[in-house]
Design a protein around this ligand. Structure first.
Ligand SMILES: [Zn+2]
Length: 285
């Protein structure tokens, strides 16, 4: 794989790049980076696959994100028109899953971070997220595809579902949990991926960003890097739109935190992405 790094999770197909995608892709290419474009609902998954099919340096992942199962808000960075409520429909996604460039199912999982106050509605949403997650785990398992997991404030619940389904193939994307949560995910066999959030300074009164302790305990063969672009832009570009080329900044920060060489972090995270997503075999015929 003749790339310097893989941005293992970004949204190149997002509305945020509608005006200048070619320029963003050129910067990515010049930086020596390849990327996995991750879908969040049917339309964004389809767009990710279309992009991957015309670029050798882009692969795709398809899914319905937990935020899309109930009254999804319209994030204009993500989608050009307002999304409708959606659950993963295997039949509808089947033509996308048939693409040789689709390397994972995700992002999928549970997100209990932004639920409404009302308890009865919270329960309905949690149940829908659970169902949506389970059907995607089963679809991934049937195809032996890894999962790209979005888990926010629902670590124990998500792991319980994965244990029930007996499927431990995938990555905890944009990891923001604790050291013990990371250990538990690692023990199950999951990879852990970090975004530009690793460059954010510690909160007032703290010596360190709590993620740094997590970064130090990840074994070399389980570490992935990502941008989650257009979101989570690393320092010093925080506040601007993010893009895959910035994944190098995250690698640099991780190298510093772990006291390892930058080149080593690039190499191990690249090898890990190639292995987890079977990238070498996933080319367009
Ligand atoms: Zn994402």
């Amino acid at each position: 794989m003749f790339y310097k790094a893989i941005d293992s999770h970004c949204h190149l197909q997002a509305a945020a790049y509608a005006a200048d995608l070619d320029i963003v892709l050129a910067r990515m290419k010049n930086a020596g980076i390849a990327a996995i474009a991750v879908g969040t609902n049917y339309l964004s998954s389809r767009a990710a696959v279309e992009l991957a099919e015309r670029r050798a340096d882009v692969w795709a992942s398809v899914a319905v994100h937990p935020g899309h199962v109930w009254q999804p808000h319209h994030d204009q960075m993500e989608l050009s028109s307002p999304p409708t409520e959606e659950m993963f429909d295997e039949e509808k996604f089947a033509p996308l899953l048939a693409s040789p460039k689709v390397v994972a199912i995700g992002e999928t999982g549970l997100d209990h971070y932004r639920l409404p106050e009302e308890e009865s509605i919270r329960q309905i949403i949690k149940e829908r997220q659970r169902k949506n997650f389970i059907i995607q785990i089963r679809a991934a398992k049937a195809r032996n595809l890894p999962l790209i997991l979005h888990v926010r404030e629902a670590h124990a619940e998500a792991l319980e579902i994965l244990r029930d389904e007996k499927y431990f193939n995938g990555v905890m994307h944009c990891f923001t949990g604790t050291v013990s949560e990371a250990r538990e995910a690692l023990e199950h066999g999951f990879y852990i991926s970090f975004t530009g959030a690793v460059t954010y300074p510690p909160k007032k009164g703290r010596a360190e960003n709590p993620l740094w302790d997590v970064i130090r305990i990840i074994p070399q063969d389980r570490l992935l890097i990502e941008t989650d672009a257009p979101y989570l832009t690393p320092v010093p570009y925080r506040g601007e739109r993010n893009e895959p080329a910035n994944v190098l900044i995250t690698a640099e920060k991780i190298a510093e935190i772990r006291g390892e060489g930058y080149e080593n972090i690039l190499e191990i995270s690249l090898n890990n992405a190639v292995r987890l997503f079977n990238l070498a075999a996933r080319r367009k015929a």
